[in-house]
Design a protein around this ligand. Structure first.
Ligand code: SF4
Ligand code: SF4
Length: 130
């Protein structure tokens, strides 16, 4: 089974936008910042000023009307989005702790949980190995 088929076993995005809403966003690593700059094709200072909220060492995206500045019925920065956005909702912490599975499945209606926690983790673990 290839990666796409594995993902489809446990997740199909419902495009509800829930993961892009809230008054804060995921944090960007230096690599995320560079990817964003490359994607937007702007100077780094301009990207920081227009799109980012920087508090000490923490870099996040700005929010507008309760959602990420890049959200507009979908991600408008999809190729440049941060690693944590790429990873969501198939986060490896799900395997580490059932409580994370519960919390993340409550936040994302795209996860397929009928197979149960054990089977879900088996498939997710295969994806982590890729
Ligand atoms: S919360 Fe889940 S289903 Fe909804 S848009 Fe985000 S990833 Fe897709
Ligand atoms: S960068 Fe895209 S995927 Fe990430 S929170 Fe913003 S709109 Fe959502």
């Amino acid at each position: 089974m290839n990666k796409t088929e594995l993902i489809e076993q446990i997740f199909t995005c419902q495009r509800c936008g829930y993961c892009c809403h809230g008054e804060t966003t995921v944090s960007l690593t230096p690599e995320d910042l560079q990817r964003m700059v490359d994607y937007l094709q702007l100077e780094v200072d301009e990207v920081k000023e227009k799109y980012l909220r920087i508090t000490g060492n923490v870099i996040q995206m700005k929010t507008v009307d309760g959602h990420c500045i890049f959200y507009n019925e979908g991600c408008t920065a999809h190729p440049g989005r941060p690693r944590l956005c790429r990873q969501w909702p198939l986060h490896p912490s799900i395997i580490a702790d059932y409580a994370n599975f519960t919390a993340i499945t409550e936040s994302c209606p795209g996860l397929k949980t009928d197979m149960g926690y054990e089977k879900f983790c088996e498939i997710l673990a295969l994806l982590q190995d890729e």
